[in-house]
Design a protein around this ligand. Sequence first.
Ligand SMILES: Cc1cc2nc3c(=O)[nH]c(=O)nc-3n(C[C@H](O)[C@H](O)[C@H](O)COP(=O)(O)OP(=O)(O)OC[C@H]3O[C@@H](n4cnc5c(N)ncnc54)[C@H](O)[C@@H]3O)c2cc1C
Length: 453
Amino acid sequence: MTQVKIIGGGLAGCEAAWQLAERGIKVDLYEMRPEKSTPAHQTSELAELVCSNSFRSDDKLSNAVGILHEELRICGSLIMKAADKHKVPAGSALAVDRNLFSAEVTKHISDHKNIKLIQKEVKNIPDDWENIIIATGPLTSEPLSKFILNKSSNDSLYFFDAIAPIIYSDSIDMSAAWFQSRYNKVGPSGSLNDYINCPLNESQYLQFVDELIDADRASFNDWEIDTPYFDSCLPIEVIARSGPQTLRHGPMKPFGLNNPHKKGDEPYAVVQLRQDDITGQLYNMVGFQTKIKYGHQTDIFKKIPGLCNARFARLGGIHRNTYINSPKLLLSNLSLISDQRIKFAGQITGVEGYVESTSMGLISSLMTYNKLKMRNQIPPPETTAMGSLISYITRKDDVKNFQPMNINFGLFEKMNISDIRKKPKRIRDIEKKNRIAQRAENDLNEWLSSNFA
Ligand SMILES: Cc1cc2nc3c(=O)[nH]c(=O)nc-3n(C[C@H](O)[C@H](O)[C@H](O)COP(=O)(O)OP(=O)(O)OC[C@H]3O[C@@H](n4cnc5c(N)ncnc54)[C@H](O)[C@@H]3O)c2cc1C
């Protein structure tokens, strides 16, 4: 008898189905293609890569996504097995032959005795389904999106990511920037200093506005143009085009801010950065969602005083992307708080990228497995890449503007490296990453043996 229904035969759904089936659980996997496709998918294969053929860096010692690769391999991931088998030369990155990769995954899923593949769109979740994983991705079909919208609340399902760039805080020059909340108002953390402020004088501001207006922009796909909710997230360069002073009265307004480096004067304009992670390693540029091409973003944003040496954890973007407000809706075992029959997996949970989506498929299935075995559903610790992603999407602190995230070192639990503080920065950075990688591997193995032995 079927024990788990999985909706969506993408990277996350296939990984989830495989993990459960390999543990002896009977799974129905629903995939709507080829009967109904999405605007981006081209084939009827499972686990189709809709764009790039790259799984990004495979460096398991000093790259965050490389650590995630390794964790997935340790957990016996089908997606990683197929990727490793069909990799193509790509330097230190893991890139794959997309057709062979998808065919390999499709064959393993179709041949598995515990998986029944049903090629049909799921429009809602019937009351008599007991254990469900929704892994329908960034292009979830409309009827199911409506069902999810009804299950949650109107402000809990998004159709676009409007991503503002995120910067590592240790790369911000605080001899130009300063901490202060507007009008010194106490923020949710109880502090008067919730924001980092980067000041611009009049000529810097006007030149910055000109550069935004002239910047090379990425365009929308035809099928993205009519997607709802776009009005609420205007790109910064579009705001700039509406008049030279508009930004100064919008996201770059200086009012209520006093520059301590200039005797407390109010600057002409300000770029504000807001903390993006619990440990304060990451700050996002408030209101700076943009369609400017990546190379131009770094050129332009590094001209902002305080950001000349900025390292970007991610650049800005605006894409069609259906995702839920996970901090509000999900428990840390990826169950929907309001209906715990349902778990979510993949990009729809608010992670971003092939590997991140796969990992949320894997965790969702392991949590489902333990639920069926009546064991505790404990996610991996925040010292691991998978645990840090779970923690990012299900954190219960005051999340105002939940945005999808790739894995990056800023999400991992902080590591004490005071013993290497005196080493040169370059060596210290490498050693810190190596230590985080080693800690992640050890802690993941310990988590697996304590929870799934
Ligand atoms: C245009 C575009 C380009 C992208 N480019 C990249 C990139 O280059 N690199 C990268 O890392 N990430 C990229 N992404 C993000 C990428 O989609 C995800 O990283 C990854 O595919 C998500 O995996 P998933 O399993 O969550 O969803 P998907 O891989 O999209 O799988 C979801 C599956 O669910 C099916 N489905 C949807 N609704 C239903 C339903 N109601 N019933 C049954 N089946 C349903 C779909 O047909 C699909 O097969 C891109 C996304 C888009 C939209």
